[in-house]
Design a protein around this ligand. Sequence first.
Ligand code: DAH
Length: 337
Amino acid sequence: MEQTLTEISAAALAEVASASTHPEIDAVRVRYLGKTGEISKISEGMRDVSKEDRPRFGKLLNEVRTAVQSAIDAKVADLQAQADAEGFRNIDVTLPGTPTPEGRLHPVTLLENRVIDVLRRMGFALADGPDIEDEWHCFDALNTPADHPARNEQDTFYLPDGRLLRTQTSTVQVRVMRNEPPPIRIIAPGACYRRDEVDATHLAQFNQLEGLYVDTDVSLADMKSTIEQLVHETFGADTELRFRPHFFPFTEPSYEIDIRLEALGGKWMELAGCGMVDPAVFENINTARGDRAFDPEKVSGFAFGFGIDRLAMILAALPDIRLLTENDVRFLAQFQA
Ligand code: DAH
């Protein structure tokens, strides 16, 4: 039996040596090491080997198996190396490659990222909502009933089923409060739509960044300091800002925020709307949720909404807002991430 084993071993090694393709080497492996292969067959014969010969025979069997297996492994590696070398034969690795043009971030994205970065450090988490909304999320829940004049100012595009393209990211406030109890601290950047005539300063699609903070004892002072810090960190500590009383249906009191930067010609420019969440909004949410999680006697909050495009336009000294959507790489390539 030992004799047979030695012969099998020699035959196997010779076949490995002469194999020159992957299928050939695979056939050798199956023939010798496979389940019904020569070496497996002979190991079944162990039963008939006498007790005293068994350890020696077992050892020999293992040695043969290992030797054949490693010869096969070495051959496979060898064939692979040959194939690789063949593949490289006609490639001149010293030739310069084909350059891939490097993309740049859009000026709106750059500004959005700056604002998000600051607000995240203040503990605000990103939230999201759909561009296609229903009237309830866009208006009714935000205390803007069908006959409210604010609804005319935000004329938008309607789908045949009555849904609409959201006019403001304030819809995300409603979505978050419906789903989560306080405390809430979110920001939501996103696209908004209005039926505006497109010209050098108006687009029918633009970008806002919404913020909402609801908890116990949130005050106007919290809102003011948060926004001041945001403005100073985003545009520089020497940026002047003012809160101008205004009206929004979903906040009370409400303000518009203007900033003034010497670098931007020293003119006041409108940056955002903000205010303390109107108790009527909390009650609309409570009704929709079927609980009192947003009891206006217990929680308070502030919200704000930044217009991103106009600001990006001023920061990049753009003469025409349409440049932001024309997708002209010569324009876009000017902006550094
Ligand atoms: N959604 C308002 C707009 O589009 C902006 C705004 C004002 C958002 C006040 C707010 C806010 O969250 O509190 O004009």
